[in-house]
Design a protein around this ligand. Structure first.
Ligand code: SF4
Ligand code: SF4
Ligand code: SF4
Length: 274
């Protein structure tokens, strides 16, 4: 049983190494080998630490991956991994880092691991999770429709640059990455304090959830509740940062597509039912 548990980080590392080697060979670019090996190693280390019951395991992965993507890929390599960067590379027909990143982490990957990106890698949430409202203090608000506006705005912004045949879009994308991140952090921090909820930005504003939520509905990896062990104490729901009703095993569970796999519910369940 003990050995079986340690298979999980090895499996995760193998999946990432497979992606790394396939992309390296098919795209003839060593960057992919380095990139996906680094991310795979970071995630596998996190799973290993989680199995060892280290309480900051998730935060360590979040910082390792988030800082790498923000500082190295974004600021040093000038790769816009925000949603406007995705539209930009999509319009130019270039299947490179940003489009591959979206395909793996945010569009097709969630069919396997749900919103693992949001719990373990996102550089926006990496900062928001340092704020004091880890457990939301107020009930959820009915303003999730804002995400569709930010999603459409990002698309229109990049489409307009192409339609207007603006020159040097690559440079604009770099500045869009810097300014976009500053805006995301400012809005995210302001909302966290206004709503007393670190993840308010994720719940109402983030445009990427337009991809993440429908794919996560079909996610293979889900947290489920063993009804025979559960005593209905409600602790899992009280500690959940995303207001998920994790005791309901159906795919239509309340806020089911919001689960970020943070494992707070699992770690806090007094009966080990999750
Ligand atoms: S919802 Fe958006 S901001 Fe929040 S963690 Fe996910 S990708 Fe990051
Ligand atoms: S506490 Fe549990 S249900 Fe809530 S987001 Fe984290 S893993 Fe998902
Ligand atoms: S914390 Fe555990 S025992 Fe309590 S309601 Fe949730 S699953 Fe059931």
């Amino acid at each position: 049983m003990q050995i079986k548990k340690y298979l999980l980080p090895i499996i995760m590392l193998s999946i990432f190494e497979t992606v790394a080697v396939v992309l390296w060979l098919t795209k003839d670019n060593l960057f992919y080998l380095f990139n996906f090996s680094y991310i795979g190693l970071s995630i596998s280390l996190g799973i290993f630490l989680f199995i060892r019951k280290y309480k900051h395991a998730r935060r360590i992965v979040q910082l390792l991956v988030g800082l790498y993507m923000l500082v190295y890929l974004g600021l040093i390599c000038n790769e816009n991994m925000q949603i406007e960067g995705f539209w930009y590379y999509l319009f130019t027909g270039v299947f490179e880092a940003a489009t591959i990143h979206y395909a793996v982490a945010k569009i097709f990957g969630p069919l396997l691991f749900g919103r693992g990106w949001c719990g373990y890698a996102c550089w926006t949430a990496m900062v928001l999770d340092f704020l004091p409202y880890k457990i939301p203090k107020n009930p959820r608000k009915n303003i999730g429709w804002i995400r569709y506006i930010t999603f459409a705005a990002s698309f229109i912004f990049v489409a307009a640059l192409f339609l207007a045949k603006v020159g040097n879009i690559e440079r604009i994308m770099f500045w869009a990455f810097i300014i976009g991140n500053i805006v995301y952090y400012a809005v995210g921090i302001a909302l966290a304090f206004a709503f007393k909820d670190n993840r308010a930005f994720c719940k109402y504003i983030c445009p990427i959830t337009v991809f993440l939520k429908p794919m996560t509905y079909f996610s293979l990896m889900r947290i489920t509740c063993n009804k025979e062990k559960c005593i209905n104490c409600g602790k899992c729901k009280r500690v959940c940062p995303m207001n998920v009703d994790v005791t309901d095993n159906s795919r239509n569970r309340l806020n089911g597509t919001e689960c970020i796999k943070c494992m707070e519910c699992v770690m806090n369940c007094p009966k080990g039912a999750l």
